[in-house]
Design a protein around this ligand. Structure first.
Ligand SMILES: O=C(O)CCC(=O)C(=O)O
Length: 261
């Protein structure tokens, strides 16, 4: 299957969901007008890292985000990997990704499992406890969030369960841009899968973010890479390439998981 994917590398208005909802809708409509099949947004794109105000500005059970994204997906006939948003549930606030298919149905959801202490996430957020697997047009996919890419065993758990495309939403800071590139390329090579990684642009009171969203193919080649600024980055993926790379070097059948602990 061949799909055009657009990564919406947005700047994010700090702690201002209304401004961010309007900006995301504009960019989604712009990408759809360019004939995309699927868009992805960055991490925490409704609030940014305004963690001390999350109790006030997090989206109750993700409902506002779900209503907007489901409606846009259905109206525009595209898949929307709606990045992640701070979602308020009875047991706390999560950093959650919601995925909608072309008919506007919720195809999957994932709450960030590894909370990033360096940016105080563990003080304000509850971790998820389940994998982020979903299918789009029959293709097996997984959603992951930012710091998750430092955990190869967690990424492998998804590809060993069948995922052939990884959608990663991030707010990755500029000082570790070299890690972002190396980790993403490594996850693509070792898992022989597409990596679609959408970072944010701009800065907040504590960090400058790296941009450099990218699509990487199952051989580890960077198909396209954004600049540091706001940008819609689009590229085409062909899932046949996953089959070809996995047939040439059969990593999945050569694994010895019984010895890996
Ligand atoms: O792992 C890193 O260096 C960045 C992670 C991060 O910024 C995040 O998970 O929000």
């Amino acid at each position: 299957m061949i799909m055009k994917i657009s990564l919406l590398q947005l700047d994010i208005a700090f702690g201002n969901p209304q401004v961010n909802y309007a900006a995301a809708e504009r960019k989604i409509r712009e990408a759809a007008a360019q004939g995309t099949d699927c868009v992805i947004l960055p991490e925490l794109w409704t609030t940014g890292y305004d963690l001390t105000r999350l109790a006030e500005i997090a989206d109750p059970e993700g409902n506002a985000t779900k209503a907007l994204m489901s409606g846009l997906a259905r109206q525009l006939g595209i898949h929307i990997v709606a990045g992640s948003v701070a979602s308020k549930y009875d047991n706390g606030i999560t950093n959650s990704m919601y995925v909608f298919n072309r008919t506007g149905e919720l195809a999957g959801e994932y709450s960030k499992l590894h909370l990033f202490r360096l940016m105080d996430e563990h003080l304000y957020l509850q971790p998820g406890a389940a994998k982020g697997l979903f299918t789009l047009d029959g293709a097996s996919c997984a959603g992951l969030i930012c710091y998750d890419i430092r955990f190869p065993e967690w990424v492998r758990a998804h590809t060993a369960s069948g995922a052939e495309t990884l959608f990663i939403s991030a707010e990755w800071p500029l000082p570790r841009l070299a890690h972002w590139r190396a980790l993403l390329v490594s996850r693509a090579i070792e898992n022989q899968c597409y990596v679609i990684a959408c970072n944010r642009a701009g800065e907040d009171p504590s960090n400058t973010f790296a941009g450099h969203s990218m699509i990487i193919d199952p051989w580890g080649e960077v198909i396209c890479e954004a600049s540091g600024g706001e940008e819609i980055l689009s590229g085409v993926i062909d899932l046949q390439k996953v089959r070809e790379v996995r047939a040439q070097i059969p990593v999945f059948s050569d694994r010895r998981p019984e010895l890996y602990h």
